[in-house]
Design a binder for this molecule. Structure first.
Ligand code: NAP
Length: 281
């Protein structure tokens, strides 16, 4: 069984991006810039943002974090986003979620210029992705996609089952696999027989949030299994896939932690570089 090493894949992607950023600097005499807006002092968000900033600096991006207290008015945040939309040195804007209750998440997402939307959440990017046009793609499914492609470069005709239909993971994942000519089934909490669906799959992507939902006897021999889930349990962090059981049947499997997670941040950097390149066309 191939253990898909997300840390290694992310380090390789960062190395490629570092070279690309250096080449862009030579060509345009400027580097892509990523601005993250962080509201409040929730510990996980602070850690994510710190990691994003560290990785951005490592590949040579210009990176900035704008911090607000969780009492900040929605208007202040929207005005700052407008300012960043008009700032030529900013290629990508990310507003770290979740937001305090008094701030309308959708309004924030829709205020970010689609051309700078490195999270790929703006309805214009969602629509472009589903229409098969150029767009920013949400970072987690993009990372899953890149890891699947490394294991199996030709996905045409493969059967894929995506477990979970969130806007963040399941839906964009489905679009990426469709684009590769997979036959995709998207499943969710009302799916009648999830085990039977999974047993059909050459590729399973699980993004649910239920510890070890996908069992060993749900997986076809030699399937590729990508585990997006991050669940805190008494036994530490576990994914949505029963790792020990599934590793006995799968051809390739991502661990939790150390699988999808590290690739998510690397893909944010990739999206920033892509936004910059499109802005220079
Ligand atoms: P979400 O928005 O809560 O969506 C969960 C999806 O799972 C929903 O579509 C839900 O169906 C479906 N579901 C719930 N119970 C199910 C069941 N018994 N059988 C089949 N489907 C079921 O979650 P999310 O934001 O996509 O996140 C999913 C997991 O990924 C979480 O553990 C999260 O922490 C993790 N995550 C990891 C990363 C990373 O970088 N590795 C990034 C983001 C999220 P309905 O639509 O019918 O409710």
């Amino acid at each position: 069984m191939i253990l898909i090493d997300g840390k290694k894949a992310a380090a390789e992607l960062r190395e490629e991006l570092k070279q690309e950023v250096a080449d862009l600097k030579t060509k345009h005499n400027k580097v892509p810039g990523l601005t993250v807006i962080l509201i409040g002092d929730m510990a996980p968000s602070q850690i994510y943002v710190r990691n994003k900033e560290k990785s951005a600096n490592e590949v040579g991006l210009k990176s900035e974090v704008i911090k607000y207290p969780d009492t900040v008015e929605e208007k202040t945040v929207l005005e700052k986003i407008e300012e960043l939309n008009n700032d030529e040195t900013v290629s990508g804007i990310l507003v770290q979620l979740p937001l305090p209750k008094h701030i309308d998440k959708q309004k924030v997402i829709e205020t970010i210029a689609p051309s700078k939307d490195v999270d790929g959440f703006h309805p214009m990017n969602v629509g472009n992705l589903s229409s098969g046009y150029e767009s920013s793609v949400p970072c987690t499914p993009l990372g899953c996609y890149l890891m699947i492609k490394k294991i199996e470069p030709n996905l045409s005709g493969k059967k894929a089952v995506v477990v979970g239909r969130s806007n963040l993971n399941g839906k964009p994942m489905t679009q990426l696999l469709l684009k590769e000519n997979c036959t995709v089934t998207i499943t969710h909490s009302r799916t009648k027989d999830l085990k039977a669906e999974c047993l059909e799959a050459d590729i399973i992507v699980a993004a649910v949030g239920i510890p070890e939902l996908v069992k060993g006897d749900w997986v076809k021999k030699d399937a590729i299994v990508i585990d997006v889930g991050i669940n805190k349990t008494e036994n530490g962090l576990v994914g949505d896939v029963a790792f020990d059981e599934v590793s006995k049947v799968a051809k390739a499997l991502t661990p939790v932690p150390g699988g999808v997670g590290p690739m998510t941040i690397a893909c944010l950097l990739k999206n920033t570089v892509e936004c910059f390149k499109r802005s220079q066309k």
